[in-house]
Design a protein around this ligand. Structure first.
Ligand SMILES: NC(=O)C1=CN([C@@H]2O[C@H](COP(=O)(O)OP(=O)(O)OC[C@H]3O[C@@H](n4cnc5c(N)ncnc54)[C@H](O)[C@@H]3O)[C@@H](O)[C@H]2O)C=CC1
Ligand SMILES: CC(=O)C(=O)O
Ligand SMILES: [Mg+2]
Length: 688
């Protein structure tokens, strides 16, 4: 009989999952004797069957009434009152957002299970005492404020201002209260606010994520959830999720292994999906896969909310990621997955594992590569050379991780498109890692994707391990790229040598956040005598050199991933292909106006970021259709009927609108706009 009752309750829960009718499902579960039984099983007394006031459907918690205090079980145990379960009707996020019942990270295992909270909170369960001491630290000492001024803090000591941190904290509190308002402000002030919600400040937010944890956002999968990830995915309240950004926290920006704290980057990237590309905020889902961390400092931090274990490796690790992918694809079959900040060892492996079966891409490899290529094309245009000259460029690249090698592979692909053979293209690169120039004589195993770019061992070649300065002096490259995460490794001598070798060098210190950049904008301007074209991963102010303003461009994948994902979603592409990424690069490069290029501006200004994402999205859709990968009927008919073409970026909105083709209009019409929609029907003539 008991089994029958439990099954009835289970089938009601399943029906909720199908219909989304929470209230009837929950009240049915609560009516079920099974609920009371389960309360007993976990050592809690059963709620009384009478004397409970359930006042209204909107009242999600109900304390027991006075009459119930006379219930024999509790006679004489009034001080034990708190041990009885509070009656909660809600499930999932509704429980977390109800301040009367929310316990945040202190929900127990059985509570997480029963109230569908698994996956909605970090793995580690805090005690109330731990939460209390965190609150008191903030109350008494202003712990965050102190952290924002702490000279031992890696980013603060490198110049991140307390003001940026204050802004991050404030705007994040708006996000928890009113998403429409948050996105309105962010979208309308994107170029000012991107440095706060995204790099560099988001790096600080990740470093301090556990310490600052207040309101749960997104989904937390951990290796302790193995075997149950599909059911966890069903704890997310929305039946429609268009895009997921997921990290395993193993290489957050250039800050290394931040474990579960990496969730901050998934949240930051998806804020850009909404603000920069018009994804609906209810249809994006930030995720973290917590498989432990090798960051001992974090593991020793009592505030850290991730798993206290070393990272899983090898097959054990891959099994967890496989299960995550299968779980989210089961729940949302059409979802696009963006892999973010996975360390190089697994980033490439995972991309190869999923890219031909799933709609996904790796932002650090592919998004970054597409962005760098757009910058190189625009850089060529800025110095009056055709794109096809890319095949003749000499490039020195510091960093042979997934980002660096992703960029090198992509630029060499572009060279091949412009007529170079694969071998000729490879010979245009000098790639360095922390041990200096990589040559074929490198002892130890070189991954095959790196080996392709190792310099041959020949009489006229530089020696294995040559320094950046030696390579730059000898090679006289036109382009110097940094994806090392190593900070200011380009010395004044290196930059001077670069400027001696070429008239208008392209200087791209792409590492993030700001203090990991290979050089500053000031150094680039000063030592390259104002002749360089500068583009960094994190934003720098423009620099004035000898009376001339040198623009500080930002070469960051934020220019590509929102539009790429939007295009793929709108046409319901089945995969993300190289063709689609190449279309994204070309569309981004084409967003620049000739007059801006002439001033050395090689990435379009971010104030009109949505038009950039729309251009990228439209190009991606066209290419997806050409490749037979678009499946959305409406999008296909729009693509086929399109007469093409955005106006150049930066034109007045009305002018751009009049030049829009039907595809561009389709893209913009499908973007979410953060405005208040009426929530109540008010007949005409009635006061609102
Ligand atoms: N601007 C953008 O859009 C993006 C920037 N990045 C940045 O790229 C950086 C690297 O990312 P991953 O490749 O994933 O990291 P990774 O840690 O796998 O690779 C770093 C590489 O740099 C090398 N390296 C370290 N010190 C060096 C030195 N002094 N000289 C030359 N090479 C050195 C390492 O040996 C390694 O090959 C990070 O700072 C990240 O923030 C990553 C993705 C996008
Ligand atoms: C921008 C970015 O994705 C990174 O630095 O990892
Ligand atoms: Mg990244």
């Amino acid at each position: 009989m008991i089994r029958g009752m439990c099954q009835e309750s289970l089938s009601t829960t399943r029906s909720y999952r199908r219909t989304g009718d929470v209230s009837s499902a929950v009240s049915s579960v609560l009516r079920s004797p099974c609920w009371r039984l389960s309360a007993t099983f976990v050592g809690l007394p059963p709620p009384p069957t009478s004397g409970i006031s359930r006042s209204s459907a909107t009242d999600s918690t109900t304390n027991y009434s006075q009459s119930e205090l006379r219930w024999p079980f509790y006679r004489g145990f009034a001080n034990k009152r708190q041990e009885r379960p509070t009656f909660v009707r809600d499930l999932g996020p509704a429980v977390l957002s109800n301040p009367l019942v929310n316990k945040g990270t202190a929900f127990s295992r059985s509570e997480r299970e029963r109230f569908h909270l698994r996956g909605l909170l970090p793995a580690r369960m805090a005690t109330m005492e731990e939460q209390t001491s965190k609150v008191l630290a903030e109350f008494r000492e202003g712990a965050w404020d102190k952290a924002a001024r702490d000279p031992d803090d890696e980013m603060v000591s490198a110049g991140l201002t307390p003001d940026n941190i204050r802004k991050w904290e404030y705007i994040t509190s708006i996000l928890s209260q009113n998403e429409t308002l948050y996105y309105r402000v962010l979208m309308d002030n994107f170029s000012e606010m991107a440095a706060v919600v995204y790099t560099p400040t988001v790096g600080w937010a990740c470093l301090n994520f556990s310490r600052m944890f207040r309101v749960a956002r997104g989904m937390y999968f951990s290796s302790h959830d193995s075997g149950q990830m599909v059911s966890l995915a069903y704890n997310w309240p929305s039946h429609e999720v268009d895009a997921i950004v997921v990290t395993d926290g193993s290489r957050i920006l250039g800050l290394g292994d931040l474990g579960m704290n990496g969730m901050g980057i998934s949240i930051g990237k998806l804020a850009l999906y909404v603000a920069a590309a018009g994804f609906h905020p209810s249809k994006v889902l930030p995720c973290v896969i917590d498989v432990g961390t090798n960051n001992e400092k974090l593991r020793k931090d009592p505030n850290y909310l991730g798993l206290d274990q070393p990272r899983l490796e090898g097959d054990e690790y891959l099994k967890v990621v496989d299960e995550f992918v299968a779980a989210v694809k089961t729940r949302w079959p059409k979802v696009m997955i963006q892999f973010e900040d996975f360390r190089t060892e697994y980033a490439m492996k995972l991309l190869e594992r999923y890219r031909s079966d799933h709609l996904c891409f790796n932002d650090d490899i592919q998004g970054t590569a597409a962005t760098a290529l757009a910058g190189v094309y625009a850089g060529l245009a800025a110095i009056g050379r055709p794109y096809s000259d890319i095949r003749r460029l000499r490039l020195v690249v510091c960093g042979a991780g997934s980002a660096g090698i992703g960029v090198v592979q992509w630029l060499s692909k572009a060279m091949e498109q412009h007529g170079a053979t694969s071998e000729e293209a490879s010979r245009n690169f000098w790639v360095l890692d922390e041990d200096g120039l990589i040559t074929a004589s490198r002892s130890g195993k070189l991954e095959s994707h790196v080996r392709r770019f190792a310099r041959p061992v020949e009489a006229n070649e530089l020696a294995e391990g040559a320094t950046t300065e030696e390579v730059v002096r000898s090679v006289r490259p036109e382009v110097l790229l940094g994806l090392s995460g190593a900070g200011r490794i380009w010395t004044p001598e290196t930059l001077k040598a670069l400027a001696r070798g070429t008239a208008r060098p392209l200087i791209f210190p792409m590492s993030n956040p700001s203090h990991k950049s290979e050089c500053s904008a000031e150094d680039a301007a000063m030592y390259a005598e104002g002749r360089g074209i500068f583009a960094s991963g994190s934003p720098f102010e423009d620099v004035t050199f000898e009376g001339k303003v040198i623009p500080s461009n930002q070469s960051n994948n934020l220019y590509v991933f929102p539009g790429l994902a939007l295009g793929a979603k709108l046409c319901q592409a089945t995969l993300v292909t190289d063709g689609m990424l190449m279309a994204a690069s070309e569309a981004l490069a084409a967003c620049n106006r000739p007059e801006d290029l002439a001033q050395g501006k090689i990435y379009p200004g971010l104030s009109n970021v949505r038009s950039i994402s729309a251009s990228v999205a439209a190009a991606v859709m066209r290419r997806a259709h050409e490749e037979g990968l678009a499946t959305d009927e409406e999008a296909i008919s729009v693509i086929e009927g399109d007469r093409g073409g955005w106006g150049a970026h930066g034109e007045a909105a009305a002018e751009v609108h009049s030049k829009q083709g039907s595809l561009d209009r389709f893209v913009t019409d499908n973007m979410y706009v953060p405005v208040y929609t009426p929530l109540a029907y008010v007949p005409r003539g009635v006061l609102e």
